[in-house]
Write a protein of this length. Sequence first.
Length: 752
Amino acid sequence: MKARWSQSLVVLLLLVLARSAAAAQDFDFRAPASATDPSLPALMRDLAGRILPVYQENDAERFLSNLSALQMVAGDYASAYATRQSLLERRRNTKGGRPVGRALVYDIYARARAIETQVRVPFARAYAQAFRDSANRLDDLDAYTLESWLTTSLPVLQEGLQRALDQRRGKTSIPLDEALDLIWAYFAFDAYRSFGPLVAPLAANEDARRYITDDTLQIKMRDGAMLSAVLVRPRLASKRLPALVELALQGDVRSARGSAAHGFIGLTASVRRVDAESGRIVPFDKEGEDARTLIEWAARQPWCDGRVGMYGDRYGGYVAWAATKRMPAALKALATSDASAPAVDVPMAGSIFRNSAYRWVYELGTPPDERAIKDDAGWRAFDEDWYKHGRRYREYPTLPGKPSVLFRSWLNHPSYDRSWQRLVPYRDEFARIDIPVLSITGYFADGEMGALHYFTEHHRHDPKANHTLLIGPYEDGAIHRTPSNVLRGYLLDAVAVVDLRELRYEWFDHVLQGARKPPLLADRVNYQVMESNEWHHAPSLEELGKAPLRFYLEPTPGAEVLNRLVTEKSSESAYLPQLFDLADRSDVAWRPSAFIVTRSLKPPNGELYVSEPLKQPLEIAGLLTGTLDFTVNKVDMDLSISMYELRPDGEYINLFDPAYAFRASYARDRRARHLLRAGQRQQLVFRSERMMGRRLSAGSRVVLVLGINKRPDQQLNYGTGDDVSEESIEDADVPLRIRWYNSSYIDVPVRR
């Protein structure tokens, strides 16, 4: 007995020593220059072979997962498949079901390689067998999820591998943890480039087995026009089902199939881009009526139970809201993501026209082979040429054709007038929207202003509106992407990595099928607080801002930090003078950083106000508001406001992006212009149309950037009070002079 106990201690000691040795060990490795270097497979096989004998891990699931990757890269496919079967069995016992996602992708690939080597058949045949055997055991939803993972972009995986190799450049060894990360990056890239070309026909056969698909459908509108549509129905459906309808810029069979996989009828149609009779480009023109016709058509079909939900993203989100201008009886739920709101975020935002709106309408109405400008560099050069020459904004869209005519017609309506009000619900029309609504957006999404507009207006005109908002650290298109823990170089909290499309389906299942409400949507406002790894919930945006932290804008000329944010109002009046030469074009190449984290913050047309270091963590969540006290020598100006956390290590963390830019003359009311009083002291109350949610750490500082919005890619306001589209550099003979008084303040929404 004593001998056996001693032997057990020896074995345990050996395991501990092996684990410690592996953890501390570095492995010889010299990274090649490229992810596609012919020498890389042999280098990775050698590295995996050297790690395998010494690799240990306390976490059994992590151990099995990493072990399978090492075995695959080392070429021991039979052992790798056996390891993945053990991992699958463990997950089945601990998590109550078969995992569907990246794990199943690698299960199929490992089995295919094992079949290839053991049975000695071509890899394509082995993969087809492994795929069919796995897919046959899945229901429609799991099969749809698997297909989503199988179609991950190979260039994205190659970029990840290249980044991992670049980090090792010039080094001769690699520690174990980094070696495992590199092994996984290589394994993922190698797997997807091996089976990627085989997936499409296999998935198509699987879809044909599960669904009835009509991708040549033509649906007649009230004026006789025909819309192209895709219809997908579950083949084994035993009863009529609710339909989920989308009217998008381009109908997508996968979008419709996603609805069918989740137990609905999927119908997606393409909007009219050009009027068939006149050839006129018609964005925002016919969509509301067409959407209502599509909803009514779907509700009448024998496969529909008469209930329709509508969804859409960006322009498709606008279409969904346009349908509610006159509520169709069959419409029972609405879900949008970053929904465009005409004259709120496109073609202008903050009442400032954006050059990107012209690019969008140009590409919308011009065939690809006829486009004079086809790439980002070309459009940037177009912006800079207009900016450098100081021409009127009305001269910006100078390319020939109908897009220019349409864009110029938009410039004739700088206020939120009837031409814009007629497109989506306005005032009391919001009160008649008595169905459940879900709006999804992000702190870093261009479409956030539109999403918040619909949410706030709906609740303003119906305080009891059944309208739910979900917002977090996301950007445009997040609902279409595979969830990632990195956004613009910033590592997100684990709880923020959410499959937003799946969440939308769960919500539809709740409101149309009576399923459990997604816990993430617990209240009207659901927001992720960055750096807290938590989601919080509130009954309204107003609730978030009811107890703000007020900072006054205190100038401190001569100090290292020029301006301060202070919590106590000074007893003495002071001001910060600013001078802007609107004729200066030296900033033509400047663009704001695309990254959330930056080490340098030097806006060309703004001033920084910085608080004292925080004595304790501060949770910011909601909309920034404030009052600016100033004098100015012009009757109008375009302002830009940004917020940052300045960490003790010198990093600036952007709290929302793009910056909140707005025209002063429309700050009170976007429907009517109210010019400033040149030379007189006055106050301007503002309420940001961008939300933020972040926990600032103790020792950090709050940073406000306040300045003039002057950019090559946006309309430029010279402050004459005339139509801004008619102003030019000739109106910049007198510089813009501002005095910001220290009675100005911002109210930062904080969670007490």
